[in-house]
Design a protein around this ligand. Structure first.
Ligand code: SF4
Length: 164
């Protein structure tokens, strides 16, 4: 059965197509990653007064919503901000398709005490639809996309798999 394209998959698409393929094919090594442990710790301790983890259709997983029309995504660093923004735009896109109009978002960096506002433009909608088509193409491949060494590989949970 075909799985839905989730927010995490959109994030991985922006980070590395090979990572996206591994993730989709359930080669999951993230639980061993220290980076993920830090993320979980941060998530448990930040913004404890808010409603957290609003899962919609197992496709998008909103970290928390503070006011009615603003959803929040927690990140620990601004290193891969482009991917975080795309992930959150996908949340807004998904909600828009479900009829939720006028929603905006914020990416919060509690460790940096910063946040970035995100909204969805008409151009974003066109771009996201192109990206979703690309994601479908990548995950349907029999083998992962070719390995390309990048700075982020050092912190990637699939590092050992790619650098054998
Ligand atoms: S180690 Fe590098 S190439 Fe391999 S999946 Fe991770 S980011 Fe992609």
């Amino acid at each position: 059965m075909e799985k839905e394209i989730t927010g995490v998959m959109v994030y991985y698409y922006q980070v590395c197509h090979r990572k996206l393929w591994y993730f989709y094919h359930e080669i999951q090594m993230e639980q061993n990653s220290d980076q993920v442990k830090i993320g979980k710790l941060l998530d448990e301790n930040a913004y404890s007064r808010d409603d957290k983890h609003i899962n919609i259709d197992n496709v998008i997983n909103i970290d928390y919503i503070r006011t009615k029309k603003v959803l929040h995504e927690l990140k620990k660093s601004r290193k891969i901000e482009e991917a975080s923004i795309l992930q959150v735009k996908y949340y807004l896109y998904y909600l828009l398709k479900k009829g939720a109009i006028g929603i905006t978002a914020k990416i919060d960096y509690p460790l940096l005490k910063q946040s970035v506002e995100v909204s969805l433009s008409e151009e974003d909608v066109v771009e996201i639809e192109k990206i979703l088509a690309n994601i479908t193409k990548i995950i349907k491949e029999e083998i992962p996309p070719p390995f390309r060494k990048m700075a982020i590989c050092k912190a990637c949970a699939y590092h050992d798999l790619c650098f054998i």
